[in-house]
Ligand binder design. Structure first.
Ligand code: 13P
Length: 252
């Protein structure tokens, strides 16, 4: 049985003071939970998050990483810079990066490989737009995103990849995919991984759902066999709400 993993994606929220308050509130809530607990925070909060979570069961992640090792890339952060700080996880390919910052499947692949090479665990986001869902091409889109993002990975390093299925139309909209819709695509992603690698890899990989997942709808989503946790935006910004998700995910 796969352990459920709940990851918060704070996006561009929380100044240092607010980050400290949230993490201090989360620590006692997370303490006795058996699910995986990750918080992905803005670059400016990484140091704070690492210091405050030291010795706890809360893991820290960044929200993006550049694919080059170093050089003239103003405003970017390399994977080695993150690992040197002690950061363990990084999100790549979030739909907001694809939508607003010109991220493509190719650059997602480069970031994923750079992250893995540096020793980071990578949360790879994939998901279709509303238009794509309505056209009936969800599976094609998600398969393409997964296959291109994972090009050049090996059976060993794929153990450091989590896939987050985040339908674009469900992100920040309050419109959650139904548990059936989410399960269907997560199961499809697992089949795709089986095709790329083998059944053992597919059975072992963590596949999260993300998109308006919150304290109210998490129980049904997490009860699904192929949904191994959640990547949480809005509800990760409030300790009590995030706590409900951790509680629910720890029942498995
Ligand atoms: P919301 O939970 O706010 O919809 O955001 C989901 C998300 O994008 C997580 O990466």
């Amino acid at each position: 049985m796969r352990k459920k993993v709940i990851a918060g994606n704070w996006k561009m929220n929380k100044n240092r003071k607010e980050a400290k308050e949230l993490i201090e509130a989360l620590k006692p809530i997370a303490q006795d939970k058996t699910c995986g607990v990750i918080i992905c925070v803005p670059f400016t909060n990484l140091e704070t998050a690492l210091t405050l979570t030291d010795g706890t069961n809360i893991k820290v992640g960044a929200e993006n990483v550049h694919f080059e090792k170093s050089g003239a890339f103003t405003g970017e952060i390399s994977a080695d810079m993150l690992t040197e700080m002690g950061v363990e996880y990084v999100i790549v390919g979030h739909s907001e990066r694809r939508q607003y910052f010109g991220e493509t499947d190719i650059t997602v692949n480069k970031r994923l490989l750079a992250g893995l090479e540096a020793g980071l665990k990578v949360i790879l986001c994939v998901g279709e737009t509303l238009e794509e869902r309505e056209q009936g091409i969800t599976e094609e889109i998600v398969a393409k995103q997964v296959k291109i993002a994972l090009q050049g990975t090996c059976e060993k390093c794929i153990k450091n990849v989590i896939i987050a299925y985040e339908p674009v139309w469900a992100i920040g909209t309050g419109k959650t995919a139904t548990a059936e819709q989410a399960e269907e695509v997560c199961a499809f992603i697992r089949k795709t991984i089986e095709g790329l690698f083998n059944k053992e890899v597919a059975d072992g990989i963590t596949i999260q759902y993300g998109g308006s997942m919150n304290e109210k709808n998490c129980a049904e989503l997490l009860s699904k066999e192929d949904i191994d946790g959640g990547l949480i935006g809005g509800a990760s910004l409030v300790a009590e709400k995030f706590g409900v998700l951790l509680e629910e995910a720890s029942k498995y």
